[in-house]
Design a protein around this ligand. Structure first.
Ligand code: HT7
Ligand code: ZN
Length: 883
């Protein structure tokens, strides 16, 4: 397979001005015709025109209405080359045939539940017709769709509907025109039996936009929350960024078969059903929150991605990092900012940090790829969002907004690079960003070590930073990064001290602004080693470092255990208050893991229990914050910090601490369950979600004790629940423990919900991720359950992906978990390479485990790589994992 490099980027020889597409959709085949106005980049030049195209039958090619002869062009399995096109502007007409009904890759044009739909990002358009399938080719499109009227009453594409009508033979057609230039990855078509929930939004300039969410008729009642989310997102983008929607129609279509979450096609977003459909009875608070975030995300792409797009796929984070940042801010403003930040940082730590430390580590802007689909990663998305957040931390809200305004002023309608975004931020603010660009080019999570000292005579407090960026594949040596460290200093009563000035790099910098005291400041750490000395500090402070998690780094400070407990109790920065508890928990878990490995008895530090008890009883704290604060770091996070990851030890220790906490804090947890019950109607808002979260976490702790009356309590909550959030949490609590109750409740749940495929997926995932030893056999059985289907990505992610989340069973010492996954990857690859390559990633960190597991994991990767006809997608992940 061919590797593509950023350094080899070349401007295209030809651009396209207008593209008229026509689809005749049929049961046996679909005929695609395109008419493209082509012009050369350099006037008067003539080069061969190379079009991408894969897996389709070419019927005819015309230039300026003349059929081309055999020798005028060449077709191979990947390209159509026009040998010597005419000089100047010309029209190119192509007719080809495709077979969407056989397309199980869910890329290009395919069928989902009998309806036609498309997915073109990243390189799916080349499976529809021959084209220059690259994002810097931006053109204006029309799209005519012709299909049987009774089977496909709804025909949708991008832009405005300009004509429709009936045709002979029970057929009909629709003609769509998109007035905005776009790259082909934003093209979309949907044809099917769908109905819509309609609403409208009046933009700030007074235009009325028709909003339509399309689903099969029976699902329409479940689109209320999606519509609420869309309208909230439209309003938020106007209020916060001054960005208004630019067409009179915005369509969202929900489809059950989709490789990722959703797609921002211009004015015709296509969504995985699970990110649209919700009702209190069938969706959890987490589902509701995900829908809000993703509907927002795809809508926000209209400006950050569609109006301004990427020059090439290496720049993906230009649109994705920025849009994730925007959706994070949107969700923060709609709920609790602290809790949103905590969940986002946890996600970064649990998924991105391990990627950044493994064989697939790549910079936010990768240097090369074999299959672009493999680079829709937590690094490009989530670390990319952290990079955007750092601009805001450095510039403040107003400065960041000025940068965004300049970015749109300069680049609307263009395909640009990460440097263009950087330059807009810099130029709008006259800012000095030093070596900030290395965040785009260097992989690996920087480690920042901080040591502190207080000089009681001089009343100065010094913080010394040493940073190191670990080596990653292809990048053995790194330059220091520009790390914004937001911080405050706490006095002995727990209050923030006013910060007057700091001595740094030979100069005294004033912190106070306009004679107003400042309590939180941002230090600019740019060198390998750097010292900052605060003056006028009357007593030894406790520093609260990296407030709000101001940079995506691993912080190692010399704070004492007592300092961490102090911060947990007092820090005015809620994020760091939570973080201090997590640092304590991580230290505790690691030391207990060592004890477990040495077969020492496990004893829980009473100070830890005491710290959590004070959090539980602090009435001033937000309930959802408390829930986060009493949730232990994930097993993956702890394994990631170990020299040799030991899944059994980490799982045993985490279970031990949970049980100890449950028993020590039983009274508190029991009242949390009682006090947070409610007979109210389900409401999706912060106070109600916080209440449910608190009740659910308490119930989960209690059920871990396996005491009959506590299992009974969980069973009672399961039966009494009037919404899925509480019902499913009770089921999860019960399912922790093997036995009759577990089996009966699982059977009852399926019985109740078998008609709802999204709820059944939760049921699959819960069983698959179970840590009950030997569960692989149960998962194998579930593969042949009537509700399971290897062709549906959601089901695969629930059952097979869910299984990989079990430290006990996926990493089983007898290799049964690895063998199961190896078999699944090979089977899935023949159906859907994108899904297979996501699943094979579970093997990528095989070197982190003990020798025996290494051998077993490696053997599976070798088996996969030697499989005949392996896709490029899986090949890339498997070969990089073995390298
Ligand atoms: N921009 C969208 C990316 C996407 C995608 C990429 C590869 C293969 C399938 C895909 N489906 C959607 C989603 C987003 O980030 O908004
Ligand atoms: Zn996106």
């Amino acid at each position: 397979p061919k590797e593509i490099f950023l350094k080899d980027y070349k401007f295209p020889d030809y651009y396209f001005d207008t593209v008229d597409l026509s689809f005749v959709l049929g049961e046996e085949k679909t005929v695609v015709s395109s008419k493209i106005t082509v012009f050369p980049r350099v006037e008067g030049s003539s080069y061969p025109l190379v079009l991408d195209g894969q897996g389709m039958k070419l019927i005819s090619v015309k230039i300026n209405s003349e059929n081309l002869k055999d020798g005028d062009y060449k077709v191979d399995s990947r390209h159509l080359t026009i040998r010597s096109p005419p000089v100047g502007t010309f029209t190119l007409e192509i007719v080809n045939e495709i077979h969407p009904q056989n397309n199980t890759s869910l890329e290009g044009l395919y069928k989902s539940s009998g309806n036609f739909c498309t997915q073109c990002e990243a390189e799916g358009f080349r499976k529809i017709t021959f084209y220059q399938d690259r994002p810097d080719i931006m053109a204006k499109y029309t799209c005519r769709i012709e299909a049987d009227k009774s089977l496909y009453p709804v025909l949708l594409s991008n832009g405005n509907l300009i004509e429709q009508g009936d045709l002979e033979g029970g057929k009909h057609y629709a003609l769509w025109e998109d007035p905005f230039k776009k790259p082909c990855y934003l093209f979309a078509l949907v044809a099917g039996r769908l109905e819509s929930r309609d609403d409208s939004f009046i933009t700030r300039s007074g235009r009325k936009v028709l909003l339509r969410i399309w689903t099969p008729a029976q699902d329409l009642p479940k689109t209320v929350h999606a519509m609420y989310s869309l309208k909230a997102a439209m309003k938020w983008d106007e209020d916060v960024f001054g960005l208004e929607y630019d067409l009179d129609l915005f369509n969202i279509v929900a489809v059950p078969d989709f490789n990722m979450g959703a797609m921002e096609n211009k004015s015709l977003n296509i969504f995985n059903s699970k990110l649209v459909l919700a009702s209190p009875e069938t969706a959890t608070d987490a589902d509701y929150a995900a829908i809000l975030g993703v509907i927002g995300h795809e809508y926000f792409h209209n400006w950050t991605g569609n109006r301004v797009t990427c020059r090439d796929w290496f720049q993906l984070s230009l649109k994705e990092g920025l849009t994730v940042f925007r959706d994070q801010e949107f969700s923060s403003d709609m709920g609790s900012r602290t809790v949103k930040r905590i969940t986002d940082v946890s996600r970064l730590r649990n998924y991105q940090f391990p990627q950044d430390a493994g064989p697939m580590a790549h910079p936010v802007r990768p240097h090369s790829y074999i299959k672009m689909d493999n680079f829709y990663t937590v690094t490009v998305y989530e670390k990319g969002a952290e990079v955007v957040r750092m601009y805001k931390t450095l510039l403040g809200s107003q400065g960041f907004r000025k940068g965004m305004d300049l970015y749109f002023e300069r680049h609307d309608g263009q395909a640009v690079t990460c440097e263009d975004f950087f330059a807009a931020m810099r130029d709008a603010n006259g800012a000095d960003f030093a070596n900030f660009l290395s965040w785009y080019s260097q992989a690996g999570t920087p480690v920042v070590k901080v040591t502190s000292s207080y000089n009681a005579d001089a009343h100065t407090f010094s913080l010394k930073f040493i940073q190191e960026v670990p080596p990653t594949p292809g990048q053995p040596v790194k330059e220091p990064m520009f790390i914004p460290i937001q911080l405050g200093l706490l006095d002995s009563s727990g209050k923030d001290m006013p910060l007057a000035s700091v001595y740094h790099d030979g100069t005294l910098e004033c912190i106070a602004k306009d004679d107003q005291p400042v309590y939180t400041t941002v230090l600019r750490v740019t060198k390998r080693e750097e010292e900052f000395v605060f003056s006028d500090i009357p007593e030894r402070p406790v520093p609260s470092i990296l407030r709000g998690y101001s940079a995506p780094v691993r912080l190692e400070s010399d704070l004492l255990e007592s300092d961490l407990f102090f911060l947990l109790a007092h820090d005015s920065d809620e994020f760091n208050r939570w973080e201090s508890g997590q640092v304590l928990a991580r230290k505790l878990m690691l030391s207990l893991v060592a004890d477990f490995q040495q077969q020492k008895p496990l004893v829980l530090n009473p100070k830890f229990v005491h710290g959590l008890r004070s959090i539980l009883s602090d009435a001033s704290l937000d309930k959802e914050f408390i829930t986060q604060a009493i949730t232990l770091p994930g097993e993956g996070e702890i394994m990631d910090m170990m020299e040799v990851a030991d899944p059994d030890a980490v799982h045993a220790v985490r279970s031990f601490i949970r049980k100890q906490l449950a028993s020590e804090l039983k009274a508190e947890f029991l009242s949390m369950v009682k006090n947070n019950r409610s007979s109210d109607q389900y409401v999706f808002n912060h106070p109600n979600m916080a209440r449910r979260a608190q009740k659910n976490v308490a119930l989960s702790y209690l059920a871990s004790l396996e005491e009959p009356e506590l299992t009974e309590l969980a069973l009672h909550e399961y039966k009494a629940a009037s919404n899925m959030t509480e019902q499913f949490a009770a089921l999860v609590a019960i399912a922790q423990n093997p036995g009759k109750t577990r089996d009966e409740v699982l059977a009852d749940f399926y019985e109740k919900w078998q008609h709802d495929f999204l709820v059944v997926n939760k049921w699959f995932a819960l069983q698959a991720s179970s840590n009950i030893p030997g569960n692989v056999d149960n998962v194998r059985k579930l593969l042949s359950h009537p509700a399971f289907d290897l062709r549906n990505p959601n089901k695969v992610y629930s059952l097979i992906g869910g299984f990989c989340g079990s430290p006990v069973n996926f990493h089983a010492k007898d290799g049964s978990g690895y063998q199961f996954l190896g078999e699944m990857v090979v089977q899935l690859d023949k159906i859907n390479p994108q899904v297979a390559s996501r699943i094979v990633s579970a093997f990528s960190r095989w070197r982190r485990y003990d020798e025996m597991r290494q051998k077993l994991g490696k053997a599976q990767l070798e088996m996969i790589i030697s499989t005949n006809g392996l896709s490029e997608n899986v090949f890339e992940i498997a070969s990089k994992s073995l390298a």
